[in-house]
Design a protein around this ligand. Sequence first.
Ligand SMILES: [Zn+2]
Length: 402
Amino acid sequence: MTGCVRMSPKKKSAYAVPKLKDFSAAALEKAAKELLSALAAESNAVCSEAEWKIFRDRWMARGNGFLTQINEAWLKAAPKDAKRAAGQCVNELKAKVEEKVGATSERVLSEARSKGDTVGRTQTRDSASDPRRGESPGDRIDITLPGIRRPLGAEHPVIKTMNEMVRVFRNLGYSVEEGPEIETDYYNFEALNFPPNHPARDTQDTLFIANQESKPLRERLLLRTHTSPVQIRTMEKMKPPVRVVCPGKVHRNDAPDATHSPIFHQIEGLAVDTNITFCDLKGTLDHAMKEMFGSSVKTRFYPSFFPFTEPSADVQISCIFCGGRGYRDGGPCRNCKASGWIELLGCGMVDPNVYGFVDYDAKKVSGFAFGMGVERIAILKYGVDDIQLFFNGDVRFLEQFG
Ligand SMILES: [Zn+2]
């Protein structure tokens, strides 16, 4: 039987840590033995979570638990020549107490579960007789009391959205790649074809690590401003065909407000193979947007500019709030500013210059890349009006997504 043993109050162990006068090995051994037998007896007497908490605090509380007391009375008080032995003894006892307290908690939880089952069954079958006759009324379990509830965690809405996006591309045969958040200037900018004076390198946007001035520019460290460095790292280690998505956290020197945050998340994608065309890019993103927002969503591509793609495009989806009409509830649609379209992501064909950095033959391969902000998608999907809500950690907001 592993169940708890009820002790009458009289028999209840009243163990107290003795002050030692004799620090010989035999005396320490005797004191340790007494402590361990008190530990075992008290552990056996624990029958509920509430009792376990008292038991745990009695032994392990920082201020005046038995472990603290033996540290003071047996180790600190020991004369110099006995310190070593006393230290060893106290360490061993500490491990044993911690183990026992942990094991007791597990036993109490599993007993509470199985007792709940047994009593529940007995009561429905034969509610006239006391299922645990012979015990005092205080030992009976009142099944009308609430049980021990363990709070369940749930995915954060940003992570949930990110996982959904990743799933869409996994189903298309993409694999997932991740990379460091602290990057070098080379991977974050240079290899992605950002010219040295490109505005994105400006300290206004980029958070640089301090005291890097002695290093050559390309080796200086910064917090990555996009997940694109992962594309370079992937192409360096993988030969075409490449189909990857790179989800992750990125950093910009932006003051937080309803639409900006110094930390946000991106998902980028990269496909490189022979004969990949802009048609493949359009088809892939059109499919992905329909998977995310519903099959009635339309996409359109607008010319744009990114240093690492040529040609580049911004992708808009038909407004999911007004169905692309531009008005709803008898007025102009606020979400798309009455245009019927919402801008969602950037994309383009990989600039042949980029292949030069990763040793791909630009004459033989072609490919496309795309990138999108995860918070932006979560905001649209869940109708959230302030990006800060994702980062404030307010449970009342977060539990709506559980
Ligand atoms: Zn609209």
